[in-house]
Design a binder for this molecule. Structure first.
Ligand SMILES: Cc1cc2nc3c(=O)[nH]c(=O)nc-3n(C[C@H](O)[C@H](O)[C@H](O)COP(=O)(O)O)c2cc1C
Length: 304
């Protein structure tokens, strides 16, 4: 059997915020988790102008802060700031396919097309911090350019400690099955990502030579999934978990932001259950925390 330390919670923008990480952490105290991607421009700009309170990661255990951007100097500065906030490692996004990141900003997956720039960013970030640096990337830009090996070799030369590899190309976005390649001759440990849904999937990729597995969408509505993958028999009361998650969100964002933000989580927690579409419609109209709590309690018939 494998340990929680080998199963990473993937970065998911708009999802793996601090409240979500807190609820995952409750079930998997040792699992490494990656934050949502944060733009180097927003980190450095906001930090200089003292515009916002950054998350501190000290009390969160093994959390890697993920940065994205195409500006070498700002990426290094951003990494340093997040190291100061207590991140255990820095992850560089080299796989995000959305046009805002990969096309307009020349960042994320675009770095798979510009290995020279990717190398400069990795060199600068590794030099800027004392904590480990990782990258998260894909097989390549498209079917004709599956050159992840070249990027991993550059990463290793730059001093990057490990990489997460999503078994799709940029062109595939999130569609079709993830296909993971042979990584046995990779110069750094590789974490398998894409469609990891259960313990069998983890076992399969570990047997293939991957150093670990990274779970993304499998966490939605199931923040306990990593502990289950590790063979722990977690008694799950979904209503209690959803209410606890909501409390964390309220504490972090305040009611006005947390309630609408929580709608998607309520939908994921209830997915596949009887009357879940009525529940979703009801929740989507709720704007205050007390009514949302009542709706959750009623849906699961949970009255503690
Ligand atoms: C809604 C959503 C948001 C994502 N946000 C990020 C992100 O911020 N950074 C990143 O590197 N990948 C991001 N990804 C990609 C995931 O981390 C992961 O690579 C992908 O979902 C495949 O893994 P899965 O099949 O386990 O979901 C995101 C994916 C989704 C669906």
């Amino acid at each position: 059997m494998f340990s929680q330390k080998q199963i990473f919670a993937a970065p998911l923008a708009g999802i793996t915020d601090r409240p979500f990480r807190r609820i995952v952490r409750q079930f998997a105290p040792d699992a490494p988790m990656v934050t949502e991607m944060i733009s180097c421009h927003s980190i450095v700009g906001a930090h200089k102008n003292c515009l916002r309170n950054f998350d501190r990661y000290d009390d969160e255990g093994a959390v890697g802060a993920q940065i994205f951007g195409a500006n070498v100097k700002l990426m290094a500065e951003a990494a340093k700031i997040l190291e100061g906030q207590g991140a255990r490692w820095i992850d560089i996004n080299m796989g995000c396919p959305v046009p805002k990141v990969a096309t307009r900003a020349g960042a994320g997956a675009f770095l798979m097309r510009d290995h020279v720039l990717a190398g400069k960013i990795m060199d600068a970030v590794v030099r800027a911090v004392k904590i480990p640096v990782s990258i998260k990337t894909r097989l390549g830009w498209d079917e004709e350019h599956k050159d992840w090996r070249d990027l991993i070799n550059i990463a290793a030369d730059s001093g990057v400690k490990f990489a997460a590899l999503h078994g799709r190309t940029r062109a595939q976005l999130y569609v079709g099955p993830a296909v993971l390649p042979d990584v046995t001759d990779a110069p750094i440990p590789i974490i398998a990502n894409g469609d990891i849904k259960n313990a069998d999937d983890v076992e399969r990729v570990l047997n293939m030579g991957f150093a670990g597995a990274m779970v993304g969408r499998g966490l939605l509505g199931q923040p306990w999934i990593i502990s289950q993958m590790c063979g722990m028999d977690v008694p799950v009361n979904v209503a209690a978990v959803a209410l606890q998650h909501l409390e964390y969100a309220l504490e972090y964002y305040g009611e006005k932001t947390a309630v609408p933000m929580f709608r998607k989580h309520a939908a994921w927690y209830s997915a596949g259950m009887k009357n879940s579409s009525e529940f979703r419609i009801r929740v989507n109209q709720i704007t205050d925390a007390e009514t949302l709590k009542v709706a959750i309690r009623e849906f699961w018939d949970y009255h503690c």
